[in-house]
Ligand binder design. Structure first.
Ligand SMILES: CCCCC/C=C\C/C=C\CCCCCCCC(=O)SCCNC(=O)CCNC(=O)[C@H](O)C(C)(C)COP(=O)(O)OP(=O)(O)OC[C@H]1O[C@@H](n2cnc3c(N)ncnc32)[C@H](O)[C@@H]1OP(=O)(O)O
Ligand SMILES: CCCCCCCCCCCCCCCCCC(=O)OC[C@@H](O)COP(=O)(O)O
Length: 396
């Protein structure tokens, strides 16, 4: 490279810093990420420990144990919401009809969401937070997520419905977990990604072969939904849940948002289109319910196509401001946990032996490897093989 090129590239780098903003620069620094992760990991472990302490209470007063665990769970999940809303400043826009809007958060609902993005679960959580149901939010999650530290352990106490994505194995456990929710003491949203796995080109191709073999119309933006879980949820929660919220998520400017981007303070623009469908209008019969879900996904596909063409969903936009609680929760944990960290660092600098310095560095490395592994769970290119050709052949 010529000296002139080097000068130009360096000058470009330095002149771009002021325009990038000092705050943005700060947000991209590894040290900041380390501090965020420290607060998240330590507070998460403390909360998990407190959740463990509630175990005897489940036998004595189950409803109280549930209410306590909702609030404890909120302490963990709202930190991730704070990261999205306050750290990255991501904007979440809700498209929905004004008649349904007042009911959101005031009734039990099954939420159906497309599964294309690495942070779709986080956007889901953010909408839960804004409607006051974050602590009680539920999901039908793959069993592997039960072993993710903090989040998976928290879910165990929040009565999340886990599945192995093999209906023969899941039928009994899924129905049992759903029946458990029938006397839940607070309003909850139960999320289902009926596609069962995240969208990839390969999984899409295979699932459209399945659609063709079943004589179903092809979908452009979705995988063919797996219907058993939805039908059994509707059957098991009839009388408990009053509506299905058909939700379709996309991001402005064709962005493919990532958790790493959020952690680095990157701002995204999420758009969510929600239609409220009364549960009574969904057929009870399994075959009819299956056909109903297939039709719903065909409609969702047209909404995504409209978004791809016009950059917006149908329906009016409802204003939905972020609330301060997620930020306040984070500030609480940060003030409780950063002070002892500071004291420890000062002590290490002043009097720490080589052994204590080395052990502290080792803890830092282990912590950051653990967080990297957890972030890896959200990455689509590290996703499961469920829905790939191999699985299809095994199933047959
Ligand atoms: C308003 C805003 C949002 C609010 C948010 C609210 C709450 C937030 C809460 C938490 C946020 C955190 C989120 C965490 C995310 C974690 C999510 C996941 O883990 S997703 C993965 C696990 N979940 C699911 O899979 C749910 C959907 N799946 C089902 O319901 C399944 O039916 C099942 C119960 C899991 C059983 O699985 P199985 O594979 O056995 O399914 P089926 O029997 O239904 O399917 C077989 C059937 O499908 C046909 N088919 C279609 N495509 C394929 C393919 N590619 N390969 C093979 N088979 C395919 C197949 O022909 C079979 O057909 P048939 O039934 O006719 O035999
Ligand atoms: C202040 C906060 C600092 C936060 C630091 C970062 C912490 C990282 C936390 C990671 C949390 C991990 C939650 C995992 C949820 C992943 C949900 C998901 O999307 O699962 C995928 C499945 O649906 C389908 O799997 P595939 O079949 O596609 O494979």
């Amino acid at each position: 490279m010529l000296q002139q090129d080097i000068d130009l590239s360096l000058r470009g780098r330095w002149t771009s810093i002021p325009s990038m903003g000092l705050l943005q620069l700060l947000k991209s620094q590894f040290l900041c990420h380390l501090l965020l992760c420290y607060v998240f990991l330590v507070s998460g472990l403390l909360v998990n420990l407190l959740q463990l302490c509630t175990l005897p209470l489940w036998a004595i007063n189950r409803q109280l144990a549930r209410k306590i665990n909702c609030r404890l769970g909120y302490c963990i999940s709202s930190q991730m919401v704070a990261l999205l809303e306050w750290w990255s400043g991501t904007e979440c826009t809700l498209y929905t009809d004004p008649e349904s809007y007042p009911l959101y958060g005031k009734e039990n609902a099954i939420v159906i969401l497309n599964h294309n993005f690495e942070i779709d679960f986080l956007c889901g959580w953010t909408f839960c937070e804004r409607f006051g149901v974050l602590g009680t939010s539920k999901v039908m999650a793959k069993k592997e997520l039960a072993y993710v530290p903090l989040i998976g352990w928290m879910w165990y106490f929040q009565e999340i419905v886990f599945c192995k994505r093999k209906w023969e194995d899941d039928r009994r456990t899924v129905i049992k977990s759903l029946h458990n929710l029938r006397d839940y003491p607070e309003n909850f949203w139960f999320l289902m990604f009926c596609e069962g796995t995240r969208f990839t080109e390969k999984k899409h191709q295979i699932s459209m072969q399945v659609a063709e073999s079943k004589g179903l119309p092809k979908l452009k933006h979705h995988l063919l939904p797996r219907t058993k879980g939805f039908c059994v949820s509707v059957q098991s929660l009839r009388g408990t849940v009053t509506a299905v919220y058909d939700s379709t998520l996309n991001f402005k400017n064709n962005e493919t948002p990532t958790l790493r981007g959020i952690l680095s303070g990157k701002k995204y623009y999420a758009d969510l289109y929600v239609r409220r469908i009364p549960l009574d209008s969904i057929p009870e019969d399994e075959a009819e319910c299956t056909a109903w879900l297939h039709k719903l996904y065909q409609e969702k596909d047209t909404f995504q196509e409209q978004y791809a063409q016009t950059g917006s969903f149908p329906g009016p936009v409802m204003s939905l401001a972020r609330r301060p609680w997620a930020l306040l929760n984070w500030l609480f944990w940060a003030s409780v946990l950063l002070y002892p960290l500071l004291l420890l660092l000062l002590w290490l600098l002043q009097a720490g032996s080589t052994l204590t310095v080395v052990s502290s560095l080792t803890i830092c490395v282990v912590g950051s490897v653990a967080v990297r592994w957890m972030i890896g769970q959200t990455e689509i290119n590290r996703g499961s093989s469920y829905g790939n050709k191999e699985t299809l052949l095994n199933n047959n």
